[in-house]
Design a protein around this ligand. Structure first.
Ligand code: SF4
Ligand code: ZN
Ligand code: ZN
Length: 323
């Protein structure tokens, strides 16, 4: 297998483009793809301050790396989710990456801010960890970007993530979600910061190769909760289709964005955004979903604490009466 550009030995084959590249030409291919997406979708320019959501995985660190290499003003935000060893290691990778390259990293610790990590939140609310985690990450990224004066939030979602979400949204006919699934979500004013996904045309495998070739030390382990997430099933199904028909994932997403999504957008998002009465962040209701979730979690935790105190007081009283 030879590089299609220089004829040297190729290290990366890309069946969906019917091509193969040597190391320098692969790195150039990757960066050209990112630059093209940023330009075509008018994501940001050199004057913008970009806040990258950094988990410590290959996608977010590759994104941060490529933006910094291209000369964009990109800082990172890591949210400590408190998912056991996975979160500690993720933080270590993000911190190490930022220190080695002299890039600015902000951190938010969910448990320190709200008294509960993702695991405790999920137990308290009796709902899947990913729902509270996803909501918290979206909210905190926007809030931190707004409060710290950033123009854009960038996340490392890749082609595999985006097509899995698309398939899930179609299977459940989530019209509102489909209407909003886009590589660019503009700020519609107020405290809503523009959100972009510069890697959305690159696959997980391509991002992993970019990270490895640049010697980026990222967390290889997946979040333990990802195993239970439906998105893995959708990714598997799409990978099987892709193996039989290279380029299927890219066509699925690009045709959706070009042909279907503009029609879905008409009249789909007729909600007016206003400020949450508790935190001031943008919402369509009086209280935003994040505040509602954490209010419910602390009420339940308080109720449980009171129940436990009553039960132990009763036990002590019974023990006292028996002695
Ligand atoms: S898999 Fe779920 S719980 Fe784990 S980081 Fe992702 S959204 Fe959060
Ligand atoms: Zn080459
Ligand atoms: Zn709120």
């Amino acid at each position: 297998m030879r590089c299609i550009k220089c004829g040297e030995k190729a290290i990366m084959e890309l069946p969906r483009h019917n091509s193969a590249f040597c190391k320098p030409d692969y790195l150039e291919y990757f960066e050209t793809q990112v630059a093209r997406v940023i330009r075509r979708h008018r994501m940001f320019d050199r004057n913008d301050r970009i806040l990258v959501g950094v988990s410590g995985g290959k996608d977010s660190l590759s994104l941060w790396h490529v933006l910094a290499r291209m000369g964009y003003k990109a800082a990172g935000l890591h949210i400590h989710l408190g998912i056991g060893e996975y979160s500690s290691l993720s933080y270590e990778k993000a911190l190490c990456f930022s220190r080695q390259r002299g890039l600015e990293l902000f951190t938010v610790d969910l448990a320190k801010e709200h008294g509960m990590n993702v695991t405790e939140l999920s137990r308290t609310l009796r709902r899947a960890p990913c729902s509270g985690c996803g909501l918290s990450k979206r909210y905190i990224l926007n809030r931190e970007a707004y409060e710290r004066g950033f123009d854009t939030v960038a996340t490392g979602h890749n082609l595999d993530d985006e097509t899995a979400v698309l398939l899930g949204n179609i299977l459940h006919w989530q019209i509102r979600h489909l209407a909003r699934q886009s590589p660019v979500l503009p700020s519609t004013g107020g405290r809503l910061v523009k959100r972009v996904k510069p890697l959305f045309m690159l696959t997980e495998r391509e991002t992993a190769a970019y990270a490895l070739l640049h010697g980026i030390d990222y967390i290889v382990e997946e979040c333990p909760n990802a195993l239970k997430a439906k998105s893995l099933l959708y990714k598997d199904a799409l990978a099987r289709i892709e193996a039989e028909s290279p380029g299927a994932k890219q066509r699925f997403l690009t045709h959706f964005l070009q042909d279907a999504q503009p029609r879905l957008q008409v009249g789909a998002d007729d909600h007016v955004l206003r400020d949450c009465v508790a935190c001031g962040q943008p919402t369509t209701a009086e209280l935003c979903a994040f505040c509602r979730m954490w209010r419910q979690a602390s009420e339940r935790a308080e109720k449980r604490k009171r129940y436990r105190e009553t039960a132990s007081a009763r036990e002590m009283k019974t023990a006292g009466e028996q002695s």
